[in-house]
Design a protein around this ligand. Structure first.
Ligand SMILES: *Cc1c(COP(=O)(O)O)cnc(C)c1O
Length: 361
């Protein structure tokens, strides 16, 4: 099958350098970490990875420190339950990732959600808020539509209302910004009130996640975040492989992979736009996205499933994403591109969709 559904955006998950780094990490550190971070599971490999991640984010968050987690889901639970205590209010975009929603539901802080991208609504909510701590939470690249949050405007609001701004950059880290530094770098942001989370299982090609933030935030997580404290540290070999991946991402090879990915995004969007012009399908809509996540919204669940099945029969693997993952009536094909796709791969997908649109099978 030709897959258009992996988050391995730079094609690093199978890279020989990472495979070798994982094997070398296992030889040096063994396989299991053996304990939680605060007992004896925190190894030199974890510490080195955290230093490198802090360095990568330092141009965007002055004095940033980083803390590694087993998964992004756990990092989001940690941050939201720890900063979202009874003295806080959490403000969240309605299209945020499920892990951010779950973190907010577990937190003691009340949750206020604003309609997707409606910063005017958010501004009103912030203006009425009485709690001393305010935490704005948003995906940087929205995971089902691929659009970017307006981070500069969100940061202005955070400054105006003395709020923290927590960014989940699962789909931007490694891909966007200077040398893949992520979406904060893409927008040229720099502030101590930014709190940053990204996973290491998507563009980084390994697994795990991290939070980078002001040392006060990191200290608070180490002292109180239950999904950091009460779980076995990830295998050190994974941290070792992630460090190798960070070096690759920052290298000229990583830069070339980002260029290749951007070309595939352009090719796909051109192909799909031409298709929608030639054979208009009133029910199909290409979401407005410049990232590796491209959504062809078809609306009806059965239509999305049948389209996915037609592609499947041609060995093209594109998942049909349906409610409750996306709002009712917006079922879609969620196409994700990778630097590992060739132009022919992308054309194979647009050709197959063109045939369906014209009613051919
Ligand atoms: C994938 C994802 C996560 C979860 O990260 P894992 O490391 O897979 O647990 C969190 N937020 C967003 C936006 C994601 O896409």
């Amino acid at each position: 099958m030709l897959a258009f559904c992996s988050n391995d955006y730079l094609g690093l998950a199978n890279h020989p350098v990472l495979i070798e780094a994982l094997a070398e990490g296992a030889r040096r550190f063994g396989v299991g970490s053996g304990a939680s971070h605060l007992i004896s599971g925190h190894t030199r490999a974890h510490a080195q990875l955290e230093d490198e991640l802090a360095d990568r984010l330092a141009p965007c968050i002055p004095g940033a420190q980083a803390l590694s987690f087993c998964t992004g889901y756990m990092a989001n639970l940690a941050l939201l339950t720890t900063l979202g205590d009874a003295s806080a209010t959490i403000f969240a975009d309605k299209l945020n990732h499920a892990s951010l929603v779950d973190g907010a539901l577990l937190a003691q802080a009340p949750l206020q959600r604003y309609a997707h991208g409606r910063l005017d609504v958010l501004a009103g909510q912030l203006g009425r808020c009485q709690t001393p701590v305010k935490l704005i939470v948003t995906d940087a690249v929205f995971s089902m539509d691929g659009d970017l949050a307006d981070l500069p405007a969100l940061l202005s609001l955070a400054e105006e209302h003395d709020a923290w701004l927590f960014i989940d950059d699962a789909h931007g880290f490694g891909v966007l910004g200077e040398r893949g530094r992520g979406t904060l770098s893409h927008f040229g942001l720099n502030s101590e009130r930014l709190i940053y989370m990204a996973t290491l299982g998507k563009a980084v090609g390994v697994g795990g996640a991290f939070v980078a933030a002001h040392p006060v935030v990191i200290d608070t997580l180490v002292q109180s975040a239950r999904s950091y404290i009460y779980t076995t540290a990830a295998p050190p070999a994974l941290a070792h492989a992630a460090s190798a991946s960070l070096r690759l991402i920052a290298s000229d090879e990583g830069e070339a992979q980002r260029v290749q990915l951007r070309q595939s995004i352009t090719t796909l969007r051109r192909g799909l736009s031409a298709l929608l012009e030639d054979s208009p399908r009133h029910d199909w809509r290409l979401a407005d996205s410049g990232t590796a996540i491209q959504a062809l919204i078809v609306g009806d669940n059965d239509a999305a499933l049948s389209l996915a099945a037609t592609l499947d029969a041609r060995d093209l693997w594109v998942p049909a994403i349906r409610p409750p993952t996306v709002p009712v009536g917006s079922a879609r094909l969620r196409i994700t591109l990778s630097a590992a796709h060739t132009r022919d791969d992308v054309n194979a997908l647009t050709d197959a969709l063109a045939q369906v649109a014209k009613g051919e099978r």
